[in-house]
Design a protein around this ligand. Structure first.
Ligand SMILES: C[S@@+](CC[C@H](N)C(=O)[O-])C[C@H]1O[C@@H](n2cnc3c(N)ncnc32)[C@H](O)[C@@H]1O
Length: 311
């Protein structure tokens, strides 16, 4: 079982500064009482999630212009609304089956299809290494499936098997034993407030993927192994279906530059699920400059402003 670790703080990181605010190291104005374990109605939960994202975005903006006074008052507001604990509680309620369910079931379905369509229909004889970034609990479909050996991290750990860690501060692996066959970023990228920080997060995933063949790969046929190493990315659907600055084509171009190729996709009323196979690293070299600015791909007054940028 993974050890829960309190991270040393790096004052220079915007993500970490945000995290520090959300963890409550800034001025705390009571309302821990809000962080109980009772379930939330879906409307209250949605409002809470939306407000948390808005405050977090304002916090990142204040921090990026070194406006400490505003940042502190936003931190206080986040805490007054129950902090990251209350936000996570609302997210757990959102995972409730009646409200869209556990997104990792989609990954398990894709994996099952690949096994069924492979020549010998065997499950891999070795568990695949999965890094779950933004893990809310140790008992989602991936964890229950027995197909994966799961390493879970989150800014705020809700369980001893989840390490408290900012993915952006996780040390870059130096050996294959520290790399993964698959990384899950389910409803995490949209948690990151600034477009360039989202690009940084996507770029960073490529450092954690293992490209050496899986054990027994040859006997399993290609349908399973063609999916790995990969990134399981889940976003609220409007991030790509109704954004002024991002659509699926633009995302595919950005991901292509990072060496990713889209191998599975599912669009539901609320979410978009994608599995990106990491084909190679070489393609990323210098090409992300094309995406260093926001570019309007979908004009219109009713659009949202979700964007991803690369420095
Ligand atoms: C909406 S919840 C999603 C949880 C779950 N993956 C799901 O699909 O329902 C987002 C989670 O991502 C975590 N998170 C956001 N940025 C992170 C980062 N840089 N490193 C680790 N966890 C992060 C947050 O703390 C939060 O618990």
């Amino acid at each position: 079982m993974a050890r829960v670790r309190k991270k040393a703080k790096n004052p220079g990181s915007i993500l970490l500064s945000r995290q520090r605010g959300l963890r409550g190291d800034g001025p705390v104005v009571a309302s821990r009482a809000l962080s109980n374990t009772s379930s939330l109605s879906s409307k209250v939960g949605r409002t809470l999630i939306r407000n948390h994202h808005t405050l977090q975005k304002r916090l990142s903006q204040a921090l990026s212009r070194n406006d400490t006074e505003t940042a502190n008052s936003i931190r206080a507001e986040i805490e007054a609304n129950g902090g990251i604990e209350r936000y996570q509680q609302a997210s757990v309620c959102g995972q409730d089956n009646q409200r869209g369910g556990d997104s990792s079931r989609v990954l398990i379905d894709w994996f099952g299809e690949a096994i069924r369509s492979s020549p010998n229909k065997n499950v891999p004889n070795k568990k695949l290494r999965l890094l779950e970034v933004g893990a809310l609990s140790p008992d989602n479909a991936c964890s229950r499936s027995n197909l994966f050996s799961v390493t879970r991290i989150d800014l705020n750990s809700r369980d001893p098997s989840i390490e408290a860690q900012d993915f952006m501060d996780r040390p870059i692996p130096t050996a294959d034993g520290e790399r993964f066959d698959i990384i899950s970023l389910s409803l995490v990228l949209n948690y990151v407030s600034l477009p360039a920080a989202r690009g940084e997060m996507l770029e960073r995933t490529t450092e954690f993927l293992r490209h050496t063949p899986l054990e027994g790969e040859e006997e399993q046929g290609s349908r399973v192994t063609e999916l790995f190493p990969s990134l399981f990315l889940v976003l609220p659907a409007p991030c790509v279906t109704n954004s002024r600055y991002l659509d699926e084509r633009r995302l595919e171009e950005m991901m292509g530059n990072l060496g990713y190729r889209l191998v599975r996709r599912k669009l539901s009323a609320k979410l978009i699920y994608q599995l990106w196979h990491h084909v190679c690293k070489a393609q990323s070299l210098g090409r992300q400059k094309e995406f260093s600015k926001k570019e309007e791909v979908n004009p219109g007054r009713t659009r949202n402003n979700f964007a991803i940028m690369f420095r």
